[in-house]
Design a protein around this ligand. Structure first.
Ligand SMILES: CC(C)(COP(=O)(O)OP(=O)(O)OC[C@H]1O[C@@H](n2cnc3c(N)ncnc32)[C@H](O)[C@@H]1OP(=O)(O)O)[C@@H](O)C(=O)NCCC(=O)NCCS
Length: 183
C-alpha cells in the first residue's frame, strides 16, 4: 500500500483557450466535441500531476452544455483531483466562457472525469492519497466517493438483462411514452 500523499493544490490545473472559427459548428457556435477534448486534456494534466504516472480516461459524468460558447470567447477550464480510490482519480472540472469584448463570463459546464493510472506495462497502479486542506476539499472528496458508488450502481443497473418484456411494455404504455409497438 502506497504511503504517499499529495495535496489537492499540488495538481490543480487551469487552461485557457481562444475559440477560433475552425472550432465552430454549422450554427456558428463552438462544437461540443472541442470542449470535450479540452476537458479530457485538463483531466489528464491534473491526474498525471497527482499520480506522476501515465493516465487513461475511464468514465465521464455530468457533461451538460448549459449555454452555447461563441467563436471569439476565451474558455477557461479549472480542474482538481477531488477523490482518489486505489488506481483511479475523480477530476472535477469547471468550464467558463468569457466574452472579452462584453466582459461577461458564463458557466458552461461542470463535470467529473474518472482517470486511471497505469504503469509502463499497462497495469493499473495505486495512486497517492489526497491531502485535503479545506472544507471545500473535504466536501468534494465526499461527493467523489458518493459519485463512485452511484456510478457503479448505475453500471450494474444498465447491465442487468430485461427479463420481463410484457411488464416493460405495460410500463411504457402507462407512462404515455411517445412510441408505437409494431410487431
Ligand atoms: C477502465 C479499466 C481501467 C477497468 O479495468 P478493470 O481491470 O476491469 O477494473 P477493476 O474492476 O479492477 O477496477 C479498477 C478501477 O477502475 C474503476 N472502474 C472500473 N470501471 C469503471 C467505470 N466504468 N467507471 C468508473 N470507474 C471504473 C474501479 O472502481 C477501480 O477503481 P479503484 O482502483 O480506484 O478502486 C480498464 O477497462 C481500462 O483500462 N479501460 C481502457 C481505458 C482507456 O484506455 N481509456 C482511453 C480511451 S481512448
Amino acid at each position: 500500500m502506497s504511503q504517499e500523499f499529495r495535496s489537492v493544490t499540488f495538481s490543480e490545473t487551469t487552461l485557457t483557450e481562444l475559440m477560433i472559427p475552425a472550432y465552430a459548428n454549422f450554427g456558428g457556435k463552438v462544437h461540443g466535441g472541442i470542449l470535450l477534448s479540452l476537458m479530457d486534456k485538463i483531466a489528464y494534466a491534473a491526474a498525471t500531476k497527482h499520480s506522476g504516472m501515465y493516465c487513461v480516461t475511464v468514465a465521464v459524468e455530468g457533461v451538460e452544455f448549459l449555454s452555447p460558447v461563441e467563436v471569439g470567447d476565451l474558455v477557461t477550464l479549472q480542474a482538481s483531483v477531488n477523490y482518489v480510490g486505489r488506481s483511479t482519480m475523480i477530476v472535477g472540472i469547471r468550464v467558463e466562457s468569457l466574452n472579452p469584448r462584453m466582459s461577461y463570463v458564463r458557466h458552461t459546464n461542470s463535470c467529473y472525469f474518472t482517470m486511471a493510472a497505469k504503469n509502463d506495462d499497462g497495469e493499473l497502479t495505486e495512486v497517492p492519497g489526497l491531502i485535503l486542506e479545506s472544507e471545500t476539499h473535504v466536501r468534494r472528496f465526499y461527493e467523489g466517493r458518493r459519485l463512485k458508488l452511484i456510478s457503479a450502481e448505475k453500471r450494474k443497473m444498465l447491465k442487468a438483462p430485461l427479463d420481463d418484456l410484457k411488464s416493460a411494455i405495460q410500463e411504457l404504455e402507462l407512462g404515455k411514452e411517445r412510441m408505437k409497438i409494431n410487431f
